[in-house]
Design a protein around this ligand. Structure first.
Ligand code: NAD
Length: 498
């Protein structure tokens, strides 16, 4: 059995002995075991990080940027192998795994500009003979705890910005698909990073709790499900750490009566079923406005969904692959049953789907459920599978209310040809990321990413300038170089610019 170990300075050494099975979701077989670390292992990683971080922070930012440039080159050179490794543990199709890597690399590209981004502010003559300047300094040691669904992109969002800014970083990736994060850390070292700047520790709650309680870890970035995100935020901030914790989602796509329905169907198929629905920016709820729009949309959706090809992750023609584990397959199928029991109309049923020749794989057929209402549990909670729910709204206000009042507020999209309605929607909807005729509005790397309500705890977003703010603090310097003559001011009165 292939063993996946921690990537820390000095090697993994003796660990707690606990292990976690890593599946190949396409075959339904266990393909590897990952070591689960404990507080003692984390301590070794923290000591190594502490030893290297001051010199890394003191390295001039152009040299740190050169490591990012070389890392980008190496990831690109290894992209196919990384994508295949990613797909074999996650289950997404290889081409989509390329996208997972690419969207992370775009943050690395942004981090290549770190000398520019880190420049501080300066005000000459803020007072008589007084200058004020501020500089961004790294926090020290940062940690990232990441979900299974983007094992390349989300770690790169975090360590790209954190390391470029001069921090050391300890990554605790998902134990379900841990190989790619380790490979990325190896490539980062190969790119010229000093040993210890980026380390990977594996584990489950035991390791996460050790990170949350470690006094030398200054900041934690988390992405995963909302209950865990809330827990991470509460415990991390109680330990006086800076924490950003992003959670689950239930993104709605509002379809106005004037929308181009063929375009909507095409967009929805990819956004609802791509990566088997295991994306936090997937679009699992569609809200047509008016019965007429709903009926027409449903009529067009049915053949489009029936035409989707489910396949193993290496199938070049497959639209999507299996879900990540047998437990997750059972959970998604249970949600379809719950929706049925609650009165939802199962228009296309993906339960019990079996792929010929791969009967043990964790496949779920695409599922369409109509006449879903806000009172249903299956609407209120995240399903995270290839399931699209139709909630029929009577008018614009009714449709606007649904995502605005939902517990999650990650992404939302509106499909329309009416610019006024789109503008009104974007300004009023209570959700963090909005798409206008764009089904998956993940902002590009030089903007920033973050949902609202139970999709995001804390107040600073991922990547872009927001990411830089998260991974740095500002030092403000007020300087005066007196000429020795004295300026006669009264030192007992607070200086004002009056
Ligand atoms: P998860 O919450 O199960 O796991 C995320 C991380 O938390 C993993 O590293 C895991 O080891 C750790 N963890 C799990 N249980 C824990 C516990 N009890 N205590 C401490 N740590 C624990 O999430 P997942 O299933 O890996 O990922 C899917 C979820 O992530 C979905 O809810 C999805 O919407 C969400 N997600 C959100 C975003 C976003 O940006 N908002 C992005 C991607 C995924």
């Amino acid at each position: 059995m292939r063993q996946i170990d921690h990537f820390i300075v000095g090697g993994a050494g003796p660990s707690s002995g606990r292990k976690h099975q890593v599946w190949n979701p396409s075959t339904g077989e266990v393909q590897a075991e990952v070591a689960l670390g404990d507080a003692a292992l984390l301590q070794r990683a923290v000591e190594a990080a502490k030893a290297v971080q001051p010199a890394w922070a003191a390295t001039n930012p152009q040299k740190r940027a050169r490591v990012m440039f070389e890392f980008k080159r190496l990831v690109e050179a290894n992209k196919q192998a990384l994508a295949e490794m990613l797909a074999s543990e996650h289950g997404k199709v290889v081409e989509d795994a390329h996208g997972d890597i690419q969207r992370g690399l775009e943050v690395i590209e942004y981090a290549c500009g770190i000398p520019q981004a880190l420049k501080g502010e300066y005000t000459p003559s803020a007072g008589p003979g007084i200058d004020v300047y501020s500089m961004r300094v790294p926090l020290g040691i940062g940690a990232g705890i990441t979900p299974f669904n983007f094992p390349a992109m989300i770690p790169m969002w975090m360590f790209g910005m954190a390391c470029a800014a001069g921090n050391a970083f300890i990554l605790k990736p998902s134990e379900r698909d841990p190989s790619v994060p380790v490979r990325l850390a190896e490539l980062f070292l190969e790119a010229g990073s000093p040993e210890g700047v980026l380390q990977v520790v594996h584990g489950d709650k035991e390791m996460v709790d050790a990170i949350l309680d470690h006094p030398d870890i200054a900041a934690i970035s988390f992405v995963g499900s909302s209950d865990i995100a809330h827990y991470i935020y509460s415990r991390g901030t109680a330990n006086a750490k800076r924490v950003q914790a992003f959670g689950g989602a239930k993104n709605h796509g509002i379809v106005m009566p004037d929308a181009d329905l063929d375009q909507v169907v095409n967009d929805l198929a990819g956004a609802a079923f791509g990566s088997a629905g295991e994306r936090c920016m997937a679009l699992p709820v569609v809200v047509p406005i008016g019965e007429d729009t709903a009926d027409k949309l449903r009529e067009k959706l049915i053949p489009a969904i029936n035409a989707l090809r489910v396949g193993v992750s290496t199938d070049k023609d497959a639209h999507y692959g299996p879900v990540v584990t047998p437990e997750h397959k059972a959970r998604v199928e249970q949600w379809i049953t719950t929706a049925e029991q609650e009165g939802g109309e199962i228009v296309i049923d993906g339960r019990g789907f079996s792929l010929q020749g791969h009967e043990k794989g964790f496949f779920i057929g695409p599922t369409l459920i109509d006449r879903v209402t806000p009172q249903m549990k299956s609407y209120q909670e995240e399903i995270f599978g290839p399931v699209l729910q139709i909630v029929r709204a009577k008018d614009f206000e009714d449709a606007l209310k649904l995502p605005s009042e939902h517990q999650y507020g990650n992404g939302v999209a509106i499909f329309t040809r009416n610019g006024h309605a789109a503008r009104e929607f974007a300004s009023r909807v209570n959700v963090g990321m909005v798409g206008i005729n764009v089904p998956i509005p993940v902002p590009v790397a030089y903007h920033s990413f973050g949902g609202w309500k139970r999709s995001g705890f804390g107040d600073i977003d991922q990547y872009g300038m927001e990411g830089l703010r998260f991974w740095t603090k500002t030092k403000k310097v007020t300087q005066r170089w007196p000429d020795g003559g004295g300026d006669g001011s009264n030192a007992f009165i607070i200086p004002t610019m009056g």
